[in-house]
Write a protein that binds this ligand. Structure first.
Ligand code: ADP
Length: 597
């Protein structure tokens, strides 16, 4: 009996060994079972504005295809991430792909979604995340020659480029980011101009003088009167210039936050994409004379005999040297350069931890480069904050306000605390004094007649509510309960506000801009915090957009336009004046740079 058991055991052992050996001799486990379970898998990740859904198709050994099925990312800003990140994952067959600069949230959201899908496919995620060894490319120096070189492909730079070409120049635009757009493309895009047609149609009284006075006084009379005059006089003709190139603006005029008056024009295309598309279409049609070099960061303005003769830059393949007759600096502000903010900030509490609405390239390079060749810097201490940042990202997206007249701000107690039609600095200072520097924007369904109605950032109110970036309720009490403020306070706050809408009299905070009462449910609320938005200071220019040096002389051949310049907006920029500024002065800079001999 004992022996029989022993024999049986030996037999089992031998059989096991045979199978094991057979197993060892076959293909490695990985290949036999594959890297993935072949099929299609759907995964979801978190982008900047909401979930991103992807479908990943895998064979047993390969990531075959990645389709982005759904996303709510900002048009123009996320496009490159939506296109490139899936392509890079497929090309590299791994998850350690480069984030698209300027679209970090979208890139990470896509990687997260693909990771979730691949997990379902049984992939070894850690192995897929291991960095592939990159081949160092051999560096070379690229040298080019043109008439005008423009630093920065935001609104001001592209306006300069187009205008220079219209005036006969060949143009090269250098852009350090992987795509054109800068802050312009992610802005709310409101453009102030005294408009004889649209304002009249809405019965809005306005004048160039009023625009001038509000700009000058809104900046505490620190702005240069001559530059302001050029701005307000040319704002409308420059809209006509944009329209002549195919850009479309909506017929309705609105008052933008801190704009002080209903003279803001909204482009038909979302955010600032209309401006950038218009200029890029022009550039595309004039390819023989114009070029935009992306991923190319200007580092130095080349001077010879006291005159500008070109720009040095770092490109993807090495150094770039562009010889040119004239240079336009249009590299934007320094809202995203914390060190520079701290160096110059005198107006605000410590800004180190305050987020920004700006794109990551807004680091003040243009100011630094121009300073090296003697440019005078003015108003550097004037940094604009908005009370309108998304609490998580600092971005303007998710902002539910449609027009200044129709919404109120309440603090965590459900009480108002400021004139919501005031200057941007006034509102933001008041917000800093509230608990946690945190507020709710409250408005009603007249701003959103349907759930599909969109805000200025191309997001429908339904999407915002679904993502819990906005709250919706049929009563103010319910809204208060959802956002955690005292219901009786909120009800009383709205009642008091509505009484002023009836009387049209200034309230205790001095508010005078009213349109309709907040009394048509559903009601909506959205959270907001202070955020760094615009830097008013920068390179000093004259009315011809020529750069002035520290001795008050013109630097021959050097022009500047847009947020990189200082001296126009004084201590506080009127909402809606930046788009006017960058286009008006961009156009002037380009024209004069083309004519420079
Ligand atoms: P503006 O509104 O004045 O046009 P934007 O922020 O819209 O300002 O655009 C400025 C552009 O300049 C951005 O696209 C930014 O990436 C680019 N830029 C900033 N620094 C450099 C640099 N050193 N070289 C090339 N481009 C730059």
């Amino acid at each position: 009996m004992k022996l029989k058991i022993k024999r049986t055991l030996i037999f089992i052992l031998i059989i096991t060994m045979v199978f094991s050996v057979a197993g060892c001799q076959s293909k490695p486990k990985e290949q036999e079972e594959g890297l993935f379970k072949a099929g299609k898998y759907v995964g979801e990740g978190q982008g900047l504005n909401g979930p991103i859904k992807v479908e990943v198709t895998v064979t047993s050994s390969e990531i075959k295809e990645i389709k982005v099925l759904e996303h709510k990312e900002t048009p123009g800003v996320s496009d490159l991430a939506i296109k490139n990140v899936p392509a890079s994952i497929v090309e590299g067959q791994g998850l350690a792909v480069d984030i698209v600069a300027g679209a970090t949230w979208s890139s990470n959201g896509i990687i997260e979604a693909v990771t979730k899908a691949l997990e379902q496919a049984g992939a070894d995620i850690n192995a897929l995340k291991t960095l592939p060894v990159k081949q160092e490319k051999e560096k070379k120096t690229t040298e080019k020659e043109t008439d005008v070189v423009v630093i920065g492909a935001g609104g001001a730079g592209l306006a300069s480029a187009v205008s220079a070409n219209e005036n006969g120049a060949r143009v090269i635009v250098l852009e350090k980011m992987p795509k054109p757009g800068g802050n312009t493309i992610i802005s709310g895009a409101s453009y102030n101009a005294v408009d004889p047609k649209r304002q009249a149609a809405q019965g809005i009284e306005d004048s160039i003088e009023k625009h001038y006075t509000q700009t000058y006084e809104g900046g505490d009379k620190k702005g240069n009167p001559e530059l302001i005059q050029v701005l307000v006089e040319n704002a409308y003709p420059t809209i006509e210039w944009l329209e002549s190139m195919g850009m479309e603006f909506k017929p309705e005029i609105h008052t933008v936050l801190g704009g002080m008056w209903p003279r803001a024009h909204a482009p038909v295309k979302p955010l600032g994409t209309g401006f950038i598309d218009t200029f890029m279409n022009y550039i595309d049609e004039h390819k023989d004379q114009m070029e935009v070099m992306v991923n190319t960061k200007a580092t130095e303005i080349i001077m010879e005999n006291g005159k500008v003769v070109g720009v040095k830059a770092e490109g993807p393949d090495g150094d770039v040297i562009i010889r040119a007759n004239a240079v336009v600096v249009a590299a934007g502000g320094f809202g995203n350069n914390v060190e520079m903010r701290n160096e110059f900030n005198t107006q605000w509490p410590d800004l180190t931890k305050i987020k920004s609405t700006n794109h990551p390239g807004a680091t003040g390079d243009g100011i630094a480069i121009a300073k090296t060749v003697g440019a005078n810097l003015i108003g550097m201490e004037y940094i604009q904050l908005l009370p309108m940042g998304d609490p998580n990202t600092g971005s303007l997206s998710g902002n539910i306000e449609q027009s200044v007249e129709n919404r109120i701000f309440v603090n965590m107690d459900g009480n108002r605390f400021v004139d919501e039609g005031a200057r941007r600095d006034v509102m933001t200072k008041a917000l800093f004094e509230q608990e946690d520097a945190f507020m709710w924007v409250v408005l009603d369904s007249q701003n959103y007649p349907t759930g599909d109605e969109k805000n200025h950032f191309n997001e429908s109110i339904n999407e915002l509510v679904a993502a819990k970036r906005a709250y919706k309720a049929d009563t103010l009490e319910d809204l208060a309960a959802q956002i955690g403020v005292d219901p009786s306070n909120l009800v009383k706050t709205v009642e008091d506000f509505n009484a002023h809408v009836d009387s049209k009299e200034a309230d205790e905070f001095g508010r005078t801009l009213y349109q309709w009462k907040i009394d048509k449910p559903p009601y909506y609320a959205g959270a907001r915090v202070p955020t760094v938005h615009h830097t008013m200071g920068g390179i000093e220019i004259n009315t011809e957009a020529e750069v002035i040096d520290t001795n008050g002389n013109i630097i021959p051949g050097l022009y500047a336009a847009g947020e990189v310049t200082g001296g126009i907006h004084g201590s506080n920029r009127l909402g809606g004046n930046a788009l006017a500024d960058i286009n008006v002065f961009g156009r002037i800079a380009g024209k004069n740079a083309a004519a420079y001999k």
